[in-house]
Design a protein around this ligand. Structure first.
Ligand code: SAM
Ligand code: SF4
Length: 332
């Protein structure tokens, strides 16, 4: 292999692969899933061997960073075995995990022992009632226990992802910042994107970064961190607290899109390769893989998909087309 790179018409090179290991989840966040999600038949979900093979092919094309996600990745049995395998791939520089944290109290140590160091835990609210309203499940205590255990194991950084929704989670923003500062977690606020299964997204429903920065600054003054060239592809705009205690990031995909710097590609749990979170077309890699296609053929399919990557997501245009898959089916 090594016959090419994942480069598109705009000279963006994909080096960052997000792999969904399952579409199943133990929460039903309103901005992501519907209550009655239909899950993909297990026989169509990639095995660890298949995931390993597809990541190796992508690494041969220049990918060096992998994030494991889902659905909820920790509902997949023995996830630490997969982490270990991915970390062993020659050419991989970084492996990270995005989780809702429910499984961390039990699995954090095994994940740490496998070599994982960086995790993002999604947590939108610190009040049990609000948490349940958002996730449709009573699980806040488990998430908090999971965070504690991850901290005890030594994960660093531990980032907390919170989706902000107008009139719904705004009052949690400052509480989450205080909580993160106290525990040395890094807070990241993500604008609500039109990728929910229930079609509740509306332009008036996300809270733009500027408003959040102003709100947080009233209590904890913030200043922007200039991004260095190594952080060129960082999706978050990072700020530090002026008192030196921690930092906070804002992922403003809607109000300040970062498509021009995008270096990401995605693999869904059923083996579909996507050149963009908002792609309306995807390339099925699992079917040819199962039929015995060579690594070179699969690599060419990846190259072809990236070559067709569009300039940007068009959320802010009348031409925007919502992808058929919601966030949990893509892998956020
Ligand atoms: N279940 C894991 C979790 O919640 O962290 C991993 C998968 S989840 C789809 C990945 C991330 O996507 C989470 O941080 C979640 O908050 C975010 N997310 C889901 N739906 C979203 C939406 N419509 N807009 C913005 N972020 C969303
Ligand atoms: Fe599950 Fe994560 Fe989606 Fe919430 S955001 S429903 S935890 S996949």
């Amino acid at each position: 292999m090594g016959q090419g790179h994942l480069v598109d018409r705009f000279n963006r090179i994909a080096t960052n692969l997000r792999v969904s290991v399952t579409d199943v989840c133990n929460l039903r966040c309103t901005y992501c899933m519907s209550e009655d999600m239909q899950f993909i038949d297990k026989s169509k979900i990639m095995t660890f061997d298949e995931i390993d093979q597809l990541i190796r092919i992508a690494v041969g094309l220049g990918v060096n960073k992998v994030r494991i996600t889902g659905g909820e990745p920790l509902v997949r049995p023995n996830l630490s075995d997969l982490i270990l395998r991915v970390l062993e791939i020659d050419g991989i520089k970084d492996v990270s995990l995005t989780t809702n944290g429910i499984g961390l109290a039990k699995q954090a140590q095994a994940l740490y022992d496998a070599g994982l160091r960086r995790i993002n835990v999604s947590l939108d609210a610190l009040s049990e009632a609000k948490f349940e309203q958002i996730t449709r499940r009573k699980a806040l205590t488990k998430v908090l226990e999971g965070l504690k255990e991850a901290n005890r194991c030594g994960f660093n950084p531990i980032k907390i992802n919170a989706v902000t929704m107008r009139g719904f989670t705004e009052e949690e923003v400052v509480k989450l910042v205080s909580f993160a500062r106290k525990n040395s977690y890094e807070m990241r606020f993500i604008e609500f994107m039109p990728l929910d299964a229930d079609d509740i997204w509306g332009r008036n429903m996300f809270v733009p970064k500027k408003e959040l920065v102003d709100k947080i600054s009233e209590l904890y003054p913030l200043e922007p961190i200039e991004s260095s060239s190594t952080l060129k592809h960082e999706t978050a705009k990072n700020y530090q607290f002026k008192d030196g205690i921690g930092r906070v990031g804002f992922i403003s995909s809607v109000s300040e899109p970062f498509c021009d710097d995008c270096n990401r590609v995605r693999l869904t749990a059923d083996g579909k390769f996507r050149n963009c979170l908002f792609a309306t077309e995807e390339t099925d890699l699992l079917t040819p893989l199962r039929k015995g296609a060579s690594d070179e053929v699969i690599a060419d399919m990846m190259i072809e998909s990236v070559a067709k990557k569009k300039a940007g997501h068009l959320i802010n245009s009348v031409d925007f087309i919502k992808p058929k898959r919601n966030m949990s089916m893509i892998g956020g």
